[in-house]
Design a protein. Structure first.
Length: 218
């Protein structure tokens, strides 16, 4: 009798587990474009957050939705515009209205710290932590990006790096939909710091630093 009772309890428990798994199969969710009373407009599909930058084209643009080839590619974006510390566009006049202009954000330790954090996440795997293009994925066979310490990129405008981050370049994927405008400028500021770390003018060094260099100290 005891064995039969234990067997009946085990079968009941298994049936309960199956019901729990079945609930995972059929989770409560809204179907595309279904109505919803939770929102004032009555729609379950929510509009894009203001300021969202849509940046996808070609074959990947419609593949995940099953509309491959039915979505027209977006036109290429215009020149990158400067933003303030909150990511809002600056006035489209003066230097910020041309494709070549400097970082519009104030360069301070907080901006550089933010740039270093974002750079480590998004850029270092390919460009390396020092910016010489010898990142971990490059060492495993991915095409090497150019070194930030080349003369060409040391002379490039800040807006060049901003546009490459936004639009991509060569094998590099565009990051406009992953990195906010303010964070892109923070990364640009940190790239400049990396470049300065390798090509700092002697006149900018302190007397102690110059003494170390002249004495061959590390």
């Amino acid at each position: 009798m005891i064995r039969r009772a234990l067997l009946a309890c085990a079968l009941g428990a298994l049936a309960g587990c199956e019901r729990g798994v079945h609930d995972m199969y059929e989770q409560p969710k809204y179907l595309p474009l279904a109505p919803s009373a939770l929102f004032a407009d009555g729609n379950s599909a929510r509009p894009q957050v203001p300021g969202t930058v849509v940046h996808a084209d070609g074959t990947p643009a419609g593949s995940s939705s099953g509309r491959n080839g039915a979505v027209a590619p977006l036109p290429p974006p215009g020149p990158a515009l400067g933003v303030d510390a909150n990511g809002r566009p600056l006035a489209q006049t003066g230097a910020a209205s041309t494709p070549v202009y400097a970082n519009p954000l104030p360069i301070d330790p907080q901006l550089l710290a933010r740039g270093r954090e974002r750079y480590t996440i998004y850029c270092a795997p390919c460009h390396s932590v020092v910016g010489d293009g010898d990142g971990l994925v490059v060492r495993r066979g991915f095409p090497a990006p150019p070194s930030y310490h080349s003369e060409r990129l040391r002379r490039a405008a800040d807006s060049h790096f901003y546009q490459v981050i936004s639009e991509g370049y060569g094998a590099m994927y565009p990051y406009a939909d992953r990195i906010s405008p303010a964070d892109r400028w923070a990364i640009v500021a940190y790239i400049r710091a990396l470049q300065l770390s390798q090509y700092a003018p002697a006149a900018a060094l302190s007397a102690d630093d110059r003494a170390h260099l002249q004495g061959g100290a590390p």
